[in-house]
Write a protein that binds this ligand. Sequence first.
Ligand SMILES: N[C@@H](CCC(=O)N[C@@H](CS)C(=O)NCC(=O)O)C(=O)O
Length: 228
Amino acid sequence: MSSPQDLRVSVIQDAQVTMITLFACLGSGNCYKPWLAMTQLGIPFALELVDVLKGEQKSPEYLQINPLGVVPYLLTDAGQGIGESNAMLWYLAEGSPLMPETKAGRAEALQWMFFEQSKLEPHISPARFFTTILPEERERRAVDIAQWQSAASVGLARLDAHLSGREFVLLEGYSIADIAVFGYVHVLEEAGLKLADYPAIFRWIEAVRRTDGYRPLTEMGEGLVRAA
Ligand SMILES: N[C@@H](CCC(=O)N[C@@H](CS)C(=O)NCC(=O)O)C(=O)O
């Protein structure tokens, strides 16, 4: 098996042969965002799995790659590191159809990407983590989960109102704003929330799933096998 140290060496070698590398953990909505963008744009990349449940994101070897000790993390083909899933989307979409064409469209995309990171992800992600990913903690964290769900429902109601009568987050069409928001919103039921409460979000999720080259979160890492 390759150790994280080997992994760093292989990543640096990959970087020299101009391969973007995404460090990610399976099942994460944040990690899914750059993975989906690269998949839909047809950008070749290497995927390196970092098992957050085993604490690999805090290993000395991984901290040499990303001192913040979180995933996702993107190494560009020039070997530069980019943290924050939505910053990765911005980097990857430059010059592509996923970047809004107009100045106002780009500003509105940023508006929804910040909204996602302040009003949606911080609430849906932990509620989902302790409901579905670590279900053995569900009972012990019941009070926290209820608070996260309540906070998430405020952001989701706002998003639902925005999406009512439009196909995508921006009138210009499918963009990185959709991918950013989709990351956690499409798995809201795994956080114990009800999709039926948000009809416009429901329709929008179906529209995103119909976009060219769409692949579901469950396919991230498919074919990659890590030795135990
Ligand atoms: N705002 C960051 C969030 C990064 C984040 O919290 N990642 C989680 C996994 S989704 C993580 O690495 N957690 C492990 C830890 O914080 O030690 C982003 O959008 O990339």
